[in-house]
Design a protein around this ligand. Sequence first.
Ligand code: DAH
Length: 352
Amino acid sequence: MLEQLKELAAEAEKEIKRVGSLSGLNDLRVKYLGKKGPIQEVMKKMKDLSPDDRKVAGQISNDVKRNLSDAINAKKEELELAEISKQLRDETIDVTLPSKKTIIGGLHPLNAVIADIEDFFIGMGYKIALGTEVEEDHYNFELLNLPQDHPARDMQDSFYIDEHHLLRTHTSPIQIRTLEAAKGEGPVKIICPGKTYRRDDDDATHSHQFMQIEGLHVDQSVTIADLKGVLEAFAKHIFGAKRQIRLRPSFFPFTEPSVEVDVSCSECGGDGCSLCKQTGWLEILGAGMVHPNVLKMSGFNTPEFDVSGGEAPRYQGFAFGMGVERIAMLKYGIPDIRHFYTNDMRFLKQFK
Ligand code: DAH
């Protein structure tokens, strides 16, 4: 019987050594240490032994069971460790692999310049007003003091949608809509950025679609000196602290007097170069004092026209309008307006 136990123990130990999985090991535990296992079977025969022999056999069988149990537990630990190591190996992340490239975009130069201009004027107390790209010609022309058949309409060749609607040729109709909404009560202090359209043949300096920013400040005592101060601060903000401006007489139907505004050349500082065509000055925008007709038609009292017939305050103000592309071209030395619209990455990347 003792021989039998020893043989069983030896065989079990061999099997435990060979087993390669935790489930296989569990099967062995059931097989050898379970109630119906061969060791139990052998031990059942102990009752036939003499009391002395039974004592010895009991001790030995207990030793065998304990040894087997220890061996199984040791093997279990070994298998679990192996499993964890394998899992760690399989799930290892190679931190030296190169990462995927994420391409971070930048603002389009026109949007960057618009944002910069908006920041400047918001800082001066202006609000941003927007309009629609399809406009009534009444707002695009008539209310801006450009009646039908007025020769100045030729300055702005238009895309008509139907008899009375067109793609706005400037952002000035927003000025009218804002004045109307104010119902004769100032102050009105806005800038109006937006897309505009004209029937031009595209070339280095013309584009049938372009961006404008219009400015308008109407109050009871706004003068052309205020206009000059605001535009000088604006020119220094965009083109550098050393820049100066000058106003030249000009004509727009919606302003009187009207001026063309030049900034001293940022390239040569005013000495004359190819950028400023040897004049020392660069034209940047048109401006003027809002024509009394325009204020009157939008429902505002002016020193010239008292539409209220009473003591209501009288208003005057200035307006200005600039092409954003032109500002950006002068600021960055961009030679061709078409670069803004052809989306060549080599061009756009430079403004990141
Ligand atoms: N609307 C003009 C244009 O597109 C630009 C302009 C000039 C706007 C003078 C103004 C202004 O408000 O006062 O040519």
